[in-house]
Design a protein around this ligand. Structure first.
Ligand SMILES: [Zn+2]
Ligand SMILES: [Zn+2]
Length: 133
């Protein structure tokens, strides 16, 4: 089992089951929402995510037809996102994990719109946009 929490500790969660591929998303929305060059996330089954504390603190920034982002209303930590197009899965923000994992980043997506001030310096696969499954 993998545990995670937000910056203030108000939200605690656990993930049952395996983590999917870890990706860096360089799209503009991810940059805005994180205040950084990219968002790092992994795909899991929604049924495998359990908020063990602070469920009431989890707020949603809704973006109809696209990606809804969930964050802690107290400290602002982004926790996960959900896409209407993929109702069974969600993407957890890796920076909120507390458990050490052995999985490593597999790819960069939306490299075509990455920040011009950020240079990718690893060997992970790069996709110009979102790769088609
Ligand atoms: Zn918090
Ligand atoms: Zn993105």
């Amino acid at each position: 089992m993998i545990k995670g929490s937000c910056l203030c500790g108000g939200v605690q969660y656990q993930i049952h089951g395996a983590l999917g591929p870890i990706i860096y998303c360089h799209c503009k929305r991810c940059r805005k929402s994180s205040g950084s060059a990219f968002v790092t996330s992994t795909e899991i089954h929604r049924a495998n995510f359990e908020a063990t504390q602070g469920q009431e603190l989890i707020k949603k920034y809704e973006n109809p037809g696209a990606v809804d982002r969930f964050f802690c209303a107290h400290c602002g930590s982004q926790l996960y996102s959900e896409r209407t197009a993929t109702p069974l899965t969600m993407r957890v923000r890796l920076g909120t994990l507390d458990t050490e994992i052995t999985e490593r980043v597999s790819s960069h997506i939306f490299v075509g719109s990455k920040a011009e001030w950020h240079e990718i310096q690893d060997e992970a696969i790069q996709y110009q946009e979102r790769p088609t499954p």
